[in-house]
Design a protein around this ligand. Structure first.
Ligand SMILES: C[S@@+](CC[C@H](N)C(=O)[O-])C[C@H]1O[C@@H](n2cnc3c(N)ncnc32)[C@H](O)[C@@H]1O
Length: 344
């Protein structure tokens, strides 16, 4: 992701230079430009033909002068191109920012858009130790927001799955528990790839309701079931041969993660596989820079949110009775790492 960018530390090695500081202090201009373009569905409007700034302004009901400035800024960001005063999507925008494209990222970007105001409250969160956005709002309490969150997770998982699913050899395995499985996307794709595998997704009721629709729409209801429950106290059952914990350690404290690993061990048969996928840092918690920033994002949006180091997760798994431990990194731009181990 952003590992290549210059940091103030790099600048120091060439002598003091404020470029990185200037860059960091204005980086939100660029984020807000992309978020707004996505919200306005600008890329859909330009999907079939190039347009002048006045045409865009008229079509999207915007002010013409402001729109011209906005479109030129989008050209600078590389998401639009300008030829003879007319604007068009660049190839990257056509693939990832137009809603009819199978690789559309707009719902995930919309979720980032919703978090923009929470980031504006970073100082409050640092003082209070409380998230700026209560997690319940997008995990059930606010139905529309919850649906948006689940749909964003679904689209994101479809992209990540292209790298994650081939990493996992689940041949011959029969019963998978997908803890905090969100939209159930990985369960649907893994049970499709490994015939005979049945998955149970354990989820909070508001999220599970939307996930049920997605699983049914994928025609996978006969092999993926949804169970309403809180993974902190729900019964994990027994006789499982795979437990998937994807994207939920970043919501939980070390103590809670250790408890989840121990309960995974208890429900798995000997030889059963535990897969923990998430954004993780190197030991020390500062790198990759995206992962450290992700920790802040989670701090702002979940009571115990943060980021862990995959080396710590491996150690917790070893202490809970897992062996053959290994971590695989998904290819960039995916920041995820996948920790795997077998119950001894
Ligand atoms: C970032 S999402 C990951 C979803 C999915 N596993 C994936 O990787 O796409 C975290 C999920 O954990 C679920 N979750 C959070 N707290 C939970 C709890 N106490 N019990 C059950 N699920 C929970 C959320 O509803 C959300 O779907």
């Amino acid at each position: 992701m952003s590992d290549q960018r210059e940091t103030p530390e790099d600048a120091k090695s060439q002598g003091p230079n404020p470029s990185a500081i200037v860059r960091l202090s204005t980086a939100y201009w660029e984020s807000q430009t992309l978020l707004t373009a996505n919200r306005l569905r600008l890329f859909d409007f330009l999907a079939d033909s190039d347009r002048s700034a006045d045409e865009v302004a008229a079509g999207l009901k915007l002010d013409p002068r402001s729109t011209a400035l906005f479109l030129r800024a989008c050209v600078g960001l590389g998401v639009l191109a300008q030829t003879a005063g007319r604007f068009q999507n660049t190839p990257v925008a056509s693939v990832f920012l137009v809603s009819r494209s199978p690789a559309f990222m707009g719902k995930v970007i919309h979720y980032s858009d919703q978090l923009y105001t929470s980031w504006g409250r970073l100082e409050d969160a640092l003082r209070s130790g409380q998230p700026a956005l209560p997690a319940q709002s997008y995990l059930g309490d606010d139905a529309e927001r919850t649906r948006g969150f689940v749909m964003a997770m679904h689209d994101r998982a479809l992209g990540i799955a292209r790298a994650l699913v081939p990493l996992l050899d689940l041949s011959g395995r029969r019963k998978m528990l997908d803890v905090g499985g969100g939209p159930g996307t990985y369960s649907v794709l893994l049970t499709e790839r490994f015939p005979g595998l049945q998955a149970e997704v354990l989820e909070l009721p508001g999220v599970a309701a939307v996930a049920r629709e997605l699983v049914a729409a994928a025609g996978a209801s006969d092999r993926v079931s949804l169970r309403d429950g809180d993974y902190h106290n729900a019964d994990f059952g027994s006789g499982k041969d795979v437990v998937l914990m994807s994207g939920m350690f970043h919501r939980e404290s070390e103590q809670a993660c250790r408890g989840l690993i121990e309960r995974a061990a208890a429900c798995l048969d000997t030889g059963g596989l535990l897969v923990v996928s998430d954004v993780f840092t190197d030991p020390g918690g500062t790198h990759p820079p995206f992962a450290a920033m992700f920790g802040l994002n989670m701090m702002l949006t979940a009571a115990d949110g943060g980021v862990h180091a995959d080396a710590d997760v491996q150690r917790w798994m070893a202490e809970a009775g897992f062996g053959e431990l290994r971590t695989a990194a998904l290819p960039p731009p995916m920041p995820h790492r996948v920790v795997m181990g077998r119950k001894l």
